[in-house]
Design a protein around this ligand. Structure first.
Ligand code: FPP
Length: 221
């Protein structure tokens, strides 16, 4: 029997170490990480993956040195600018993260614009859904969801919390991938990953390839 399309989520760790091993600045590792994400998206659409969700920038990442933060923000602008490529692949882009108008949010306007444009310009695609987590934290998402559920009538249940997540239609994660040797979940998709298999690999994100993706998918059933 055909398997339903899977939801794969990736914590793309190890860009800095990938660069350091080559004597390059950390920013070069992030640049390669963004390029590898484009390769992984191309590999994912050829597999039974309906949703690919990636951790691009966490609520904690603002604490990194400013030049590094600026560089990673620029890479998001580049990623969300890949609209022609994504349309060719029939990929629909979504964003998950703290609402731009929330008290703690700090997303600069140019990133907001890039996100809005990519979401709008790929909205009619019917293939894989690529969700990019930017200024995302699982705890912040859950606090907001519980707070919203509290204002509904009736008891707070898993369903009512689920309905108030940032993206209520994002399905449960089947496989959570973390690259580069760390074995932590790091506040990513805490609610959605409740039943996920976890694929840890020593490979740093810039080297994560289609063979690794297949190894991760093998955990899914
Ligand atoms: C971890 O590498 C990576 C991040 C901080 C976030 C992921 C960012 C990218 C893959 C670059 C661009 C991606 C998008 C979505 C535009 P690290 O710096 O923690 O590496 P280290 O642990 O080796 O220092």
């Amino acid at each position: 029997m055909d398997q339903p399309p899977l939801h794969v989520a990736c914590i793309m760790d190890g860009n800095g170490r990938w660069a350091a091993r080559r004597g390059l600045p950390r920013t070069a590792g992030h640049t390669e990480g963004e390029e590898n994400l484009a390769r992984v998206v191309r590999a994912a659409v050829r597999r039974n993956i309906g949703w690919l969700t990636v951790f691009g920038f966490s609520t904690e990442n603002w604490r990194r040195p400013r030049p590094e933060v600026r560089h990673i923000l620029g890479l998001h602008e580049r990623l969300f600018g890949r609209v022609a490529e994504l349309n060719e692949l029939n990929v629909r882009v979504q964003w998950i993260g703290r609402p731009f108008d929330s008290r703690e949010a700090r997303t600069p306007r140019y990133v907001q614009r890039a996100i809005r444009k990519a979401v709008a310009d790929t909205a009619n695609n019917t293939g894989m859904v690529l969700t990019v987590a930017f200024d995302y934290g699982g705890r912040s998402e859950l606090v907001a969801a519980v707070e919203a559920a509290r204002h509904d009538d009736g008891a707070i249940t898993a369903d009512t919390i689920g309905q108030h997540l940032y993206l209520p239609d994002l399905p449960p994660v089947d496989v959570l991938v973390r690259t580069s040797g760390e074995r932590r979940v790091s506040n990513f998709l805490l609610w959605q990953s409740a039943g996920a298999a976890i694929y840890f690999t020593e490979t740093p994100w810039p080297d994560f390839d289609s063979d690794e993706l297949d190894a991760a998918l093998a955990l899914a059933h």
